[in-house]
Ligand binder design. Structure first.
Ligand code: PLP
Ligand code: COI
Length: 341
């Protein structure tokens, strides 16, 4: 298979259309068989549920080329499960979890020429999503839905890759208590757009959102969960019903305990404690683990001892072990890697 002529090492996190995508429609209470298509456009009613009332949920996962040249995906069963949870919360039909994995595999196979080579620093980002496609004008769920999967080669989410970033404590909330913060719905990201544009204008890379009820506890950023490391090398990560249950974070908790022998605490984290941590990172499929060097809370600046030049030592070990598992350099726990070819 000849790879596309793309400058893999210099692409950012953007949309590069690939050849084939998967589409399945839900109508009269059932999903159709689904097909791969070259048509990258979507045609729906002007009054579709997604357009009027934001009835849409999505997932994100990656395909990797391993050291020995295989193409693999990482824990797709957890993405399938989370999409089902997200769909239920927005009164959408569930796309069967086995068919989700099958659709992802088909899209990766069909776009093999776009899977970045081993060692290039790029990966194939896979975006499964579904939306209400039939008309609704009263506020209620649509009757018809479309499930799609496309793939696009991506580089690092933050410019500079592994360089520490600077974030700010946001004045806006991302998710309400008892709201939709725990699912992957487009509406949560729409909520964050104004805040991220402002943060960028002010020279910050991302926002730290605090809990909406008390504004004392650390939640997450617009697109990743937090991991902190204490001065005695304990990994600490926020527990909250209004943050997305990151698959990367759940995997890193296992890696920290089982591969690195570190103690891990998943608990509420007060913003007041953050100044005492030694390292901070953002974790997610897109972010992988992006080190945070500095947090600006309305002019009060916390600079972590790990500094602005490189990842802290524990963050680095976590990063190397996780990416080692994904790229086939380190043996993966049972069931984490699905080989496509
Ligand atoms: N939190 C938010 C808000 C996200 O958008 C993402 C990205 O998917 C994550 C966390 C990380 O989740 P995961 O590790 O499953 O990609
Ligand atoms: C992901 O990591 O897959 C996400 O969906 C995050 C998004 C901000 C790109």
């Amino acid at each position: 298979m000849e790879k596309k002529n793309i400058d893999w090492s210099n692409i950012g996190f953007g949309y590069i259309p690939t050849e084939k995508r998967y589409v399945s429609n839900f109508k009269d209470g059932a999903w159709d068989d689904g097909v791969l298509t070259e048509d990258a456009t979507v045609q729906i009613s002007e009054c579709a549920g997604v357009l009027q009332y934001a009835q849409t949920v999505f997932e994100g996962l990656k395909a990797y080329t391993t050291e020995n040249g295989q193409i693999v995906i990482f824990r797709p069963d957890l993405n399938a499960e989370r999409l089902a949870q997200s769909a239920k919360r927005l009164e959408m039909p569930v796309f069967p979890e086995d068919r989700f994995i099958d659709a992802v595999v088909k899209v990766v196979e069909a776009n093999e020429a776009y899977v970045p080579p081993y060692g290039s620093g790029a990966t194939l980002y896979i975006r499964p999503y579904m939306f209400g496609s039939s008309s609704v004008i009263g506020v209620k769920p649509a009757q018809e839905y479309q499930f799609r999967v496309f793939a696009t080669p991506v580089g690092p989410y933050f410019k500079g890759g592994a360089k520490p970033i600077t974030i700010k404590v946001s004045d806006y909330d991302r998710a309400a208590p008892h709201g939709t913060g725990g699912i992957k719905a487009g509406l949560n990201y729409a909520m964050s757009l104004h805040a991220i544009v402002q943060a960028h204008e002010e020279g910050f890379d991302e926002n730290m959102y605090l809990d909406a009820a008390t504004r004392t506890k650390v939640e997450e950023t617009g697109g990743a969960n937090f991991l902190f490391v204490t001065k005695d090398n304990k990994v600490v990560t926020p527990k909250s019903d209004s943050i997305l249950p990151s698959i990367t974070r759940r995997s890193l908790v296992h890696v920290a305990k089982e591969y690195l022998g570190l103690e891990v605490e998943e608990r509420e984290i007060y913003f007041d404690e953050v100044k005492d941590f030694a390292e901070c990172g953002l974790c997610g499929t897109a972010a992988v683990i992006s080190p945070v060097g500095r947090i600006n809370d309305h002019g009060n600046v916390i600079t972590f001892p790990s500094g602005m030049d490189e990842m802290g030592p524990v963050t680095k070990k976590l990063y190397e072990t996780l990416t080692g598992i994904q790229m086939g350099r380190i043996e993966a726990p049972e069931g984490w890697i699905k080989v496509i070819k």
